[in-house]
Write a protein that binds this ligand. Sequence first.
Ligand SMILES: [Zn+2]
Length: 300
Amino acid sequence: MTQKLFTLKDLLPVAQKNHFAIGAFSARFTGMIEPIIRAALELQSPVIVQISKVEFSWYQISLPYYVRKFHEIYSKVSPNVPVCLHLDHTNTLEFVQEAVSGGFSSVMIDASSRPLEENIAYTRQVVELARKRGVSVEAELGRILSSDKFETTSEEEIFTDPLEAERFARETGVDALAISIGTVHGVYFTKQPKIDFDRLEAIRKHVQIPLVLHGGSGIPVEQIRRAIQMDSGGVSKINIATELEMTLYESLGILERLPDVEFWKLPSQQIARAQDAVRELTKKKIKDYLLSDQKAYLYD
Ligand SMILES: [Zn+2]
């Protein structure tokens, strides 16, 4: 029997207090789960493994299959570091329900395309549903641009308003809040990443719960560290998706996206090479970016 999975509620307040962030690594292939967990284990870092609703369909993976795969690996590796299985961007209560009863320890509801009142009401329903099962909830306020269409299809950027964030956190009871402060999902083609630190400071003044930064691929390290290490607590969860997948493709020398089942049909040396590349990048992010290496002991 392996230990219980962690929630964002277990993980993030400790990170916030101790000025580091926890990486939420998107394992878009089930083959990425093991190298991500092994990287965290090697560096004694807490870690979040995540996948979004859209990714399930892009990579043709069913939720029960994903959870089964995850638990197989989790039992095999049996890591003595905190691990959370998080459902990234999801816009329906039904899918959240499936994840909550299916074995995820955390979920994100993204109702950010709705008007504020509706976003609050919908998010609150998710919180009620998840809380019954001891599952944590992340929500989004403002709108984070997408350049890759893997997570959301948002083409509009709306920065998070600090006062709205205060109200949102209070009325929904979410455990973590994703904010829009200049980062973009996917890789940066034309728009260069620039974190709006004044806005981050203002949000932090009004909101006590942990903050989440999406679009962590390709943000310069100085900006990331500044966002994490702010006196008032900074951001505590950073999502890393696109860069991880690009590294995997590069290691295989392929350009086309594969469905999950095709990945497992590759020759075993290729699978091993891809998994090594994912493990190395995860380690690099944990050490240089997130500053979460050797922090697992804080959860004993
Ligand atoms: Zn996101």
